[in-house]
Design a protein around this ligand. Structure first.
Ligand code: F6R
Length: 610
């Protein structure tokens, strides 16, 4: 998704902006650009493609300046090309704007501006902003007021940063629905859509909220509402380190993040298990635990991989907490006027905490009076801040676009919530301890699965030329089948579908032939015999089979072409183990196909537009 970085201070902003943009690359983008105020004029350089290409172009110019803004664009309106890349500018080319989000009423605004004589160069919605701000400057307003008044006319979402030759001592930034942080330095300040862009320079940040604008100077800042009231803001200290967002010797972030899972899961569990009592302690839920325990219904709402985690959560909550649970795509939930009661709990799961649909669903649920809780990875993200209470996953920054370690940490947090609630209801101390013990053993078990990396890479060599894949699982492992298929399709561009294994007979079996690899998630549990029958059915039709099975299951080897064995654990935690080989399989297939694993085409890490 689009990224914003801005600098004002005593240093040359150009390398700071370029490095900031590189840190934002993981979000997904298709073009990039810089706007820099130099001593007596301003310069814009833009490029289609990677930030490294922009960097080469910038290096040829000797560009330098002490105030500047940079942007990575992910096309929504208008193809990815140089002209559509940001910054956009006014006709006099002395005012520059970068924008994340979507201006929904841009056609109306554009028509009005064209009548005033403004000429548009791009196909983007964002280009209305510099012209609109310019129209208010022409009425004699100073920059801050011109931006504020312009934004009162804008419908849609934005995170913006604006620089203007006429007032070169400031950057104006504003937010509505698109994340924005102000970074505070010593005689220098920063603006970014994501702290990773400025973490090399400062850990002191202020989160800009929806409906707020900030006037940033090198040595001070003023935050105001769109209605022009000045507001005090709290300074937050970021605990994340730069090492945490580097590749650490791995060839891709995705591989690093897969390999990190024993550690990230330990971090998700640390300090949260009360073993003696057979329960968990989740500080973020203390205030709301009674309401949660007494909920008549839980609705889990999320998108993509986080939605898959929600499906596993449904099985956990219903099995152990005995609370009816539904899982819904945030994008569907927000638009269908859902029936929400005061004794419902709505749980929002999001790695980034910024997903537009999930955030909008949260606002809808809040409006209707339900208890709204979050499971987020990014500390201080919008969803984390807007929910009444919640639990952080503590998986650390996830840079690879395909979510891996965030997913397993979400499952851990869902298990911890299950323990907390179930123990307050009917679960015995002995049963609680058994779950706690198994949870604590998960990191070591993942370590043993990661040691199968070479074996999984070999299996990937056999299958990387496949055009389709089917993933089948039952019960707790049905969401794992969905997740395995999603991982494969998003990074290898191989069409893959996940199904509950029993559904195979109701349609997908027609696809089975020798060209259709089928991955079975087949641990030894109460549905094992049924899934073995499904394997036989696929074999009978010539399908190529891979099984994710449990360590002591020797019988399965002769039934399938390839087996990947994982240690056994209790059913509710099995998805945390069975998903790991599927992450590695997708990773190796994509690498063998020579694809850009960390930034797959068309995908963004944080989907902050609908
Ligand atoms: C898949 C993936 C996406 C995200 C989805 C939700 O690997 O990364 O499907 O899971 O966009 O994102 P968050 O969890 O940030 O709300």
């Amino acid at each position: 998704m689009c990224g914003i970085v801005g600098y004002i201070g005593e240093k040359n902003c150009v390398p700071i902006l370029i490095n900031g943009l590189k840190r934002l690359e993981y979000r997904g983008y298709d073009s990039a650009g810089l706007g820099v105020l130099t001593n007596n004029h301003s310069v814009v350089i833009k490029n289609k493609g990677k930030v490294s290409l922009l960097e080469e172009k910038v290096q040829k110019t000797n560009l330098s300046g002490k105030v500047g803004i940079g942007h990575t664009r992910w096309a929504t309106h208008g193809v990815p090309n140089e002209i559509n890349a940001h910054p956009h500018y006014n006709t006099s080319r002395n005012l520059y704007v970068i924008h994340n989000g979507i201006i929904e009423n841009f056609r109306t605004l554009k028509k009005g501006l064209e009548k005033l004589g403004y000429v548009f160069e791009t196909e983007t919605d964002s280009e209305v902003l510099p012209h609109l701000i310019d129209s208010f400057l022409k009425k004699g307003n100073p920059l801050f007021k011109a931006v504020r008044l312009a934004l009162t006319e804008v419908e849609g979402t934005y995170g913006i940063a604006v620089v203007y030759e006429g007032e070169p001592d400031k950057i104006i930034a504003a937010r509505k629905g698109s994340p924005l942080v102000l970074g505070l330095g010593d005689n220098e300040n920063f603006i970014a859509s994501d702290v990773s862009a400025i973490l090399a320079h400062t850990k002191q940040v202020i989160y800009i909220e929806d409906g707020e604008l900030v006037e940033v100077y090198k040595d001070k800042f003023i935050v105001k509402t769109i209605t022009d009231n000045e507001i005090e803001k709290e300074i937050h200290e970021i605990s994340m380190t730069l090492d945490e967002i580097d590749k650490g010797g791995f060839s891709h972030f995705m591989l690093k993040e897969i390999m990190e899972q024993p550690e990230t899961i330990s971090n998700s569990i640390r300090g949260r298990i009360l073993f003696e009592k057979g329960t968990s302690r989740l500080g973020g839920l203390t205030e709301v635990v009674d309401r949660l325990v007494n909920s008549k219904r839980i609705i889990i709402t999320a998108c993509g991989t986080s939605w898959h985690a929600g499906l596993v959560g449904e099985y956990m909550f219903e099995q152990f907490c005995r609370i009816p649970t539904e899982v819904e795509y945030a994008s569907e939930f927000r638009y269908r006027n859902p029936i929400i009661n005061h004794d419902d709990t709505i749980l929002f799961i999001s790695q980034s905490g910024e997903t537009a649909d999930t955030l909008a669903a949260l606002r809808e649920a809040k409006l209707k009076g339900a208890l709204v809780l979050g499971i987020c990875n990014v500390v201080g993200s919008s969803i984390a801040r807007e929910t009444a209470a919640g639990v952080y996953t503590h998986a650390g920054p996830e840079i690879g676009v395909a979510s891996t370690k965030a997913f397993t940490s979400q499952l851990v947090v869902l298990a911890l919530i299950t323990l907390l609630v179930a123990r307050r209801k009917s679960m015995s101390q002995v049963d609680g301890r058994a779950i706690a013990e198994e949870l604590m053993a998960i990191p070591d078990k993942i370590n043993s699965i990661l040691r199968l990396n070479d074996q999984i890479e070999k299996i990937a060599s056999e299958f990387h030329d496949a055009n389709n894949f089917l993933y089948l699982g039952r019960g707790y492992n049905f969401p794992v089948a969905l997740e395995g298929a999603l991982k494969l399709k998003e990074i290898s561009y191989i069409h893959a579908e996940g199904y509950p294994a029993a559904e195979m007979k109701h349609g997908p079996i027609a696809l089975i032939d020798e060209n259709m690899p089928v991955v079975f998630i087949a641990p030894k549990d109460s549905t094992y015999d049924k899934i073995i029958s499904n394997i036989e059915e696929v074999k009978a039709r010539g399908g190529r089979t891979i099984a994710i099975a449990t360590e002591n299951d020797n019988g399965i080897d002769s039934l399938v072409d390839y087996t990947i064995k994982v240690p056994s654990t209790i059913r509710m935690l099995m998805p945390i183990l069975t998903v790991i080989p599927l992450q590695l399989l997708a990773y190796h297939i994509a690498v063998k196909k020579g694809l850009n694993v960390d930034q797959p085409r068309n995908l963004a890490k944080s989907v902050t537009v609908e």
